[in-house]
Design a protein around this ligand. Structure first.
Ligand SMILES: Cc1ncc(COP(=O)(O)O)c(C=O)c1O
Length: 374
């Protein structure tokens, strides 16, 4: 089959039999009127804990709620200051504001595209925050994770790790989600472990923290009609849990195919103005996306050529948090070295999804190389 276009992402590549298994599972849940909670949710939480090595995991409605719940469980309250990276998805910033706290944006490194320990330390000294949200983007782990965890610990800063994009990602061979004090993920369908709708989870090794999370996602309930906290409804649905349980049976193959694509681009697109980024050896990536940087003045020309050849692409993310229209009303300050702003103008993501083929990657590389050879 000859390739004449590749989407940036497609969600329609499932394993043989996946659809039938899911639909038959839905029938069972329907017949048992098992819509919220129940065996599929219990099984998912157990599996997530086992797979990540976290002692506990709690499913919830989405990755944004997961951050809000983690912030609340960590004791973040009205007017507390919380550090967030200037390069992340808006949900990280939003979650802080939604719990009544005040975000301060802290720039990322131009080399690792994540927080670095020096800037993090500077931010802790400058803002004296109650908490900080370390974000692991692109299916990578922040390379300075261990140092940042230590700085947070030494300074009494609650560190919440937003791992919306990092299911399956490791640092020194261990799961980010499983080793963080408290971490969160998103099962938005386009994530590496996606549900068939919105869903998310929180992970921790601390029983008290996770019990608070479990209470918060369910109206602060201590028993059915007793409420010990002001929580909200952020329960995960049984159909989503079923879909995720079935997906977990195939997750290794899915991640493998993604990692292969990322590697293919890295190996086949060398020596070009489009610089493929890679992770240092102590970081294990999950293949969520391929990341490249290109001088901003060259990006539009290349993206026009990709469009012309029916190749989809992403710019994750095209604007720093501090530059968003909604930011100034809530931000209490920033450390801005211009890096997040530069990255937002220079980043380019090539197609990457589960079971993308080598022919598709080859087509993408050919289009990129042809463009630069003109
Ligand atoms: C870094 C990051 N944080 C938080 C979220 C929010 O997750 P959700 O869309 O499930 O609410 C996302 C999702 O795109 C994300 O990429």
């Amino acid at each position: 089959m000859s390739v004449n276009g590749v989407p940036f992402i497609t969600l329609n590549r499932f394993e043989d039999g996946f659809r039938e298994e899911f639909l038959s599972g839905v029938e069972t849940l329907f017949d048992n009127t098992q819509f919220i909670g129940g065996p599929q949710v219990n099984k998912l939480e157990e599996k997530l804990a086992a797979k990540t090595g976290a002692k506990y995991s709690v499913g919830c409605a989405n990755g944004t709620d997961a951050i809000q719940i983690a912030l609340r469980a960590s004791g973040v309250e009205k007017n507390d200051v919380v550090l967030v990276p200037d390069m992340t998805f808006w949900a990280t910033f939003e979650a802080v504001v939604n719990v009544g706290a005040n975000p301060a944006t802290v720039d990322v490194s131009r080399e690792t595209l994540h927080w670095d320990k020096e800037t993090f330390k500077e931010a802790v000294e400058k803002f004296k925050p109650k908490a900080a949200i370390l974000v692991h983007l692109y299916g990578w782990a922040c390379p300075d994770t261990m140092e940042i965890r230590q700085i947070a610990e030494e300074n009494g800063v609650m560190l919440i790790e937003d791992g919306a994009q990092c299911y399956g990602t490791t640092i020194n061979g261990e799961s980010i989600l499983g080793t963080a004090k408290i971490s969160t993920t998103s099962f938005y369908p386009a994530k590496v472990l996606g549900a068939s709708g919105d869903a998310g989870a929180i992970f921790s090794n601390d029983e008290t923290l996770i019990n608070t999370c479990r209470t918060l996602i369910n109206h602060g309930r201590t028993s059915h009609y007793s409420h010990g906290l002001i929580g909200w409804n952020s329960r995960i649905g049984a159909y989503e849990a079923l879909f995720l349980n079935l997906s977990l049976e195939h997750i290794d193959a899915r991640l493998d195919s993604r990692r292969k694509a990322v590697k293919y681009y890295q190996e086949n697109l060398q020596g070009l103005p489009l610089k493929m980024q890679s992770v240092p050896s102590h970081v294990g990536e999950n293949g969520y996306c391929s990341v490249a940087l290109i001088e901003p003045v060259l990006r539009d020309g290349l993206t026009a050529a990709l469009k012309e050849a029916n190749v989809g692409f992403g710019t994750i993310y095209p604007g720093a948090m501090s530059k968003q229209e909604g930011a100034p009303a809530h931000s209490v300050g920033s450390i801005d070295h211009g890096n997040a702003d530069y990255i937002s103008k220079a980043v380019l993501n090539l197609p990457c999804f589960a079971y993308i083929t080598e022919e598709e990657c080859e087509y993408v590389c050919q289009v990129v190389k042809n463009y630069f050879s003109k």
